[in-house]
Design a protein around this ligand. Structure first.
Ligand SMILES: C=C1C[C@]23C[C@H]1CC[C@H]2[C@@]12CCC[C@@](C)(C(=O)O1)[C@H]2[C@@H]3C(=O)O
Ligand SMILES: O=C(O)CCC(=O)C(=O)O
Ligand SMILES: [Fe+2]
Length: 387
């Protein structure tokens, strides 16, 4: 079964840029990284920021306890409106998050020339570098990333020469992968069951719905503290391509999702063109995980579930770490909008799509289905370069 990482052709549009700024050495944001003033930046600095986070406990983003009987129904509601929710009672021990954070910090603390030994190649998806979407924007991102598909051993051996050093990294990431796979499967069936979809409706999930061939990638994101956080961008606005992502964030606030004002941006590809949209902070809740709908689940549910636009802003005093786990179908499975969700009045809104094919289209390389903004994928899915 081909994996996503093997199936995606070179992202040849712009060669992957590598982090070239020593974030810890600068005392102001250089022009190369200076974005327009960040609107809806999440609150003040320093001490009042703590206040800010306390208030955030009243965040409008749904928090769903997986042990509750109404968990599936609340997920459906959240996926149809926000496209994101937080889950608690997921059963993954805090110890594992601490281990993964410790190992991720070890990685990003390595000297730049050491990290660049595991640099993502221009035609690759995995390894060290800045997020692929950076190539769509004229300004650089205040972050470093490390992308893993399956075992990280190959890249880890390039980062650490001593087996003891890289084995602790690999063990933590492989345990995380196992736990996330279990949780992803559980979330998938809860979300689909809430729409009346059964295991029989999902042909590629296998006889018992175990989804053994599912593809998973994960992304470690490191956001150094920034001298002027309102003029920098950690991870520019984007939607995720998979069925959904499960995100662990450390205690530093930074993830924001776009709550658009209802009417989709008419023809605009820039989320800000919809005047009453606003960025809503997703507060780090101890023990909670963020789940956000991806483009493929938007397609699979024929538009019912919303692929949420989101971004990560940075912090003046505190570095931020997030671990995003992307979960999708096997690389060679083409998803079509589910029959049961395609009624006589609303035909399939999207053509069949595989994750690798979609990544190519999203990178601006594939065929443009239905022409520019035609009946095909909405323009929102192309990350329009900043005007
Ligand atoms: C399988 C995936 C999913 C990727 C591409 C590839 C590996 C890295 C993922 C991310 C991680 C950061 C945001 C994003 C938008 C990016 O630029 O790289 C994601 C993208 C996607 O969700 O499309
Ligand atoms: O750092 C975050 O909170 C967001 C990360 C993210 O959106 C991604 O890796 O796709
Ligand atoms: Fe994302």
């Amino acid at each position: 079964m081909s994996s996503v990482a093997e199936s995606v052709r070179p992202h040849s549009r712009n060669l992957q840029q590598q982090p070239c700024l020593d974030f810890d050495a600068v005392h102001e944001v250089p022009e190369s990284h200076a974005w327009p003033q960040v609107e809806d930046y999440p609150g003040g600095y320093g001490v009042e920021e703590e206040e800010e986070e306390k208030e955030d406990q009243s965040s409008p983003i749904p928090v769903i306890d997986l042990a509750e009987a109404n968990a599936a129904a609340r997920m459906r509601e959240a996926c149809e409106t926000w496209g994101v929710f937080q889950v608690t009672n997921h059963g993954i021990p805090m110890r594992l998050f601490d281990d993964v954070e410790t190992q991720a910090r070890r990685l990003f603390a390595l000297p730049a020339q050491q990290k660049l030994k595991a640099a993502r190649s221009p035609d690759g998806l995995t390894g060290y570098g800045i997020a692929r979407i950076a190539t769509f924007f004229s300004k650089l991102l205040w972050s470093e990333g490390f992308t893993i598909a399956g075992s990280p051993a190959e890249h880890a051996r390039l980062l650490w020469s001593h087996p003891q050093d890289y084995s602790q990294f690999c063990e933590a990431m492989e345990e995380y992968d196992r736990e996330m796979k279990k949780l992803a499967r559980r979330l998938m069936w809860l979300m689909l069951a809430s729409l009346g979809i059964t295991k029989e409706d999902v042909t590629w999930a296998g006889p018992g719905g175990e989804m053994d061939g599912a593809s998973a990638m994960f992304q470690l994101n490191w956001y150094p503290a920034c001298p002027n956080p309102e003029r920098a961008m950690g991870l520019a606005e984007h939607t995720d391509s998979p069925l959904f992502a499960i995100l662990h964030q450390n205690t530093t606030t930074g993830l924001q999702v776009l709550q658009d004002g209802g009417a989709p941006a008419a023809g605009g590809t820039n989320s800000n063109s919809n005047s009453n949209s606003r960025w809503v902070t997703v507060p780090p809740l101890p023990g909670a995980l963020v789940v956000n709908v991806g483009d493929l689940l938007h397609i699979f549910t024929n538009g019912r579930f919303k692929s949420v636009m989101h971004r990560a802003v940075v912090n003046r005093t505190r570095p931020r770490l997030s671990v995003a786990y992307f979960w999708g179908p096997p690389g060679n499975v083409w998803l079509s909008p589910l029959e049961k969700l395609v009624g006589p009045e609303n035909g399939p809104l999207y053509p069949s799509m595989s994750w690798p094919e979609y990544l190519k289209i999203k990178a601006g390389e594939g065929i443009s289905i239905g022409g520019k903004g035609g009946g095909g994928l909405s323009e929102e899915m192309w990350l329009a370069p900043k005007g």
